[in-house]
Design a protein around this ligand. Structure first.
Ligand SMILES: NC(=O)c1ccc[n+]([C@@H]2O[C@H](COP(=O)([O-])OP(=O)(O)OC[C@H]3O[C@@H](n4cnc5c(N)ncnc54)[C@H](OP(=O)(O)O)[C@@H]3O)[C@@H](O)[C@H]2O)c1
Length: 192
C-alpha cells in the first residue's frame, strides 16, 4: 500500500500506562491519529531493542508520556513530505533517538509521522531490512568506531579489544573493526 487515505486504518502497537504497569496492545489507527510531523513514512521494519523491552514492560522509566506507540527505531519509505530534504519514495531510517517510541509515536506501526530532523536517508548499499538488522545497536557500534578513529585509533597502533563481545553492540563492533583491517580481540565471559 503506497498511498493511504485519511480514513483508512492500520495496525499499531501501543504502550499505555495503567497504574504502575504498562498495558501493551494492538490498536487500529488512522494517519490523523498519529502524532504530528512533517514526513509520513510507510514502515518496513523496526527492531526490538533493550530500551523497547523496558518501555513495554514498564521496568525502566522509558516512556515520557502516558500513552505512545512503541518502537525506538524503524526503516521505511516516505509516503509524503513537507520537509524539502525528503521526497515520496525515499528510503529512510531512524535509530534510538530522543523522541521516537518514547515521547512521539514510534516504529511499531504500519505508518509513522515524524519530524524530518529525526530521520536520515538509508545509505546506498544498505537495504531497509539490513538497516534494522543492524539497528540502534549497530549504529552505536558504528559511531563508537568513528569516534575512536577520530581520537587516533588506527590498525597500525596494534590490536583492539572489544568487551561484551557476544552482545549486540560488541558483535557489530567486531565486524566493523575486522572489515576495516584491525586485529580484533574479542573479550567474552561465555565459555562457549
Ligand atoms: N543496544 C543499543 O542500542 C545500545 C545503545 C547505546 C548504548 N548501549 C550500551 O552498550 C552496552 C552494550 O549493549 P548491548 O546492546 O550490546 O547489550 P547486550 O547485547 O546485552 O550485550 C552486553 C554484553 O556484555 C557482556 N556482559 C554482560 N554482563 C556483564 C558483566 N557483568 N560484566 C562484563 N560483561 C558483561 C555480555 O557479553 P559476553 O557474554 O560476551 O561477555 C553481554 O553479551 C550497554 O552498556 C548498553 O547500555 C547499547
Amino acid at each position: 500500500m503506497s498511498y493511504i487515505g485519511p480514513m483508512q486504518t492500520f495496525k499499531a502497537y501501543k504502550h499505555t500506562e495503567a497504574g504502575k504497569k504498562i498495558k501493551a496492545e494492538f490498536v487500529d489507527l488512522t494517519l490523523e491519529q498519529l502524532d504530528p510531523g512533517d514526513v509520513v513514512v510507510r514502515i518496513a521494519y523496526s527492531g526490538v531493542n533493550y530500551k523497547d523491552a523496558l518501555a513495554a514492560t514498564g521496568k525502566g522509566k522509558i516512556l515520557r508520556r502516558a500513552s505512545c506507540i512503541g518502537g525506538i527505531d524503524f526503516s521505511g519509505t516516505v509516503v509524503s513530505s513537507a520537509d524539502p530534504r525528503f521526497a515520496k519514495g525515499d528510503a529512510v531510517l531512524t535509530v534510538g533517538g530522543e523522541y521516537v517510541g518514547v515521547s512521539h509515536d514510534g516504529g511499531y506501526s504500519a505508518y509513522a509521522r515524524v519530524r524530518g530532523d529525526w530521520i536520515a536517508k538509508v545509505p546506498q548499499g544498505l537495504s531497509l531490512w539490513e538497516a534494522m538488522a543492524l539497528g540502534t545497536a549497530g549504529y552505536t557500534a558504528g559511531i563508537a568506531v568513528v569516534r575512536m578513529e577520530h581520537n587516533g585509533l588506527e590498525p597500525a597502533n596494534g590490536p583492539v579489544i572489544v568487551s561484551g563481545a557476544t552482545g549486540g553492540v560488541g558483535s557489530v563492533a567486531i565486524a566493523i573493526l575486522a572489515k576495516r583491517g584491525y586485529h580484533v580481540v574479542a573479550l567474552t565471559g561465555k565459555s562457549d
